[in-house]
Ligand binder design. Structure first.
Ligand code: PMP
Length: 356
């Protein structure tokens, strides 16, 4: 049994992968899903169902549009400022490597005001929300910092539209959509394969801005502008059906709290490993941890791999170890990880692992 702790593309529900495999050669009309026109009735039904499921799962109000785009969350680092610019002043919270990249891209389109930063502490904690905020087009936040393992659980009271990157926590915990002007997420963690990006946007923020067609949100509302990543949309629809069958976002959050608490408790009690983030800011989905020694961290990674636990390396920008516990990671995977950590504490730190 292999357990995949990758931060993304991440683990998907096994029943969905089996279903996809079974239908791959012939989807409904005797052709493969990857051979079907995105304008066919069968495919249009998939897109409609995907949107309907997402709207139910996240309780997305009617005055929000749901867009299915490509280009990853990274393209949204540019599309957001391009489309939402009125005064061309944008506020950002600098809470991690991904928000830093979002800030860098936004600078191409206006003035970026960094209203809080935890760069000085290597993003081990979250910058506080600004006390007051005005005269900006929006305030951008990375709600869950995939690399650093921190997450916001409270939102400020503000009239400025909130824009959130929810790539690593969408559908993993409740997100109150109506508190935001715009939410975006790459699909490749909790939703499906890479190649699909979701944007949920309050319709009144969609303004025609004379942009190249693909880059304008207005071009993507309520219809497909061009050929989408059809396979990713199809798998995403099946994953969301699974989430609904399993009890929805509430059930996912309950499980994610259970899994992450178990893991944090094990880290807090361990004589060798410790969590990088402390207190209430700990992410439910991405948990960086370390022994404090790069060689021992690497030795553990190899030890874990030899025991079927893969992708436990920290992001290349920070090193250390990281376990991502997305919706499709079963509790058994976390229990197994803890068991293997105990084995390593007791017997695994021998020279043969350290020197490889
Ligand atoms: N934002 C966050 C929070 C992420 O975790 C990631 C990467 N997984 C990105 C943005 C970049 O996403 P993409 O690779 O889809 O562009």
């Amino acid at each position: 049994m292999i357990y995949n702790f990758s931060a993304g593309p991440g683990v998907l529900p096994e029943p969905v992968l089996r279903e996809v495999q079974a239908e791959f050669l012939s989807y409904k009309q005797g052709v493969s899903i990857v051979e079907m026109s995105h304008r066919s009735d069968a495919f249009a039904t998939i897109v409609e169902q995907l949107e309907a499921r997402l709207r139910r799962l996240m309780q997305i109000p009617d005055d929000y549009a749901v867009l299915f785009l490509q280009g990853g969350a990274t393209l949204q680092f540019s599309m957001v400022p391009m489309n939402l610019r009125e005064t061309r002043r944008f506020a950002y919270l600098d809470s991690g490597v991904w928000s830093k990249k979002a800030i860098a891209d936004a600078k191409h389109f206006g003035d970026v005001v960094v209203v809080g930063s935890s760069a000085a502490t290597k993003y081990r904690e979250l910058p506080a929300w600004p006390q007051t905020i005005s005269d900006v087009d929006y305030l951008h936040v990375t709600l869950n910092n995939t690399i650093e393992g921190t997450r916001y659980t409270e939102l400020p009271d503000t009239d400025v539209p909130l824009v959130a990157d929810v790539s690593s926590n969408i559908l993993a915990e409740a997100i109150d959509v109506k508190r935001y002007g715009l939410l975006y997420a790459g699909a490749q963690k909790n939703i499906g394969p890479a190649g699909l990006t979701l944007v949920i946007i309050r319709r009144e923020l969609i303004v025609d801005r004379q942009l190249p067609s693909y880059l304008a949100y207005s071009q993507h509302v309520d219809s497909l502008l061009n050929t989408p990543s059809t396979f990713s949309l199809y798998v995403a629809e099946r994953v969301l059906a699974w989430v609904e069958d399993e009890g929805g976002v509430e059930a996912m959050e309950r499980r994610n709290v259970e899994k992450s608490s178990l893991f944090y408790d094990a880290l807090d009690a361990s004589p060798l490993f410790h969590a990088v983030v402390s207190g209430t800011e700990r992410s439910l989905t991405n948990i960086p941890f370390t022994t404090g020694d790069a060689g021992t961290d690497e030795a553990f990674q190899r030890f874990a791999e030899a025991h079927g636990l893969i992708e436990l390396g920290g992001h290349r920008s920070v090193g250390g170890l990281r376990a991502s516990l997305y919706n499709a990671m079963p509790l058994e995977g976390v229990k197994r990880l803890i068991e293997v950590m105990h084995e390593f504490e007791q017997e695994g730190q021998d020279v043969s692992y350290k020197n490889v």
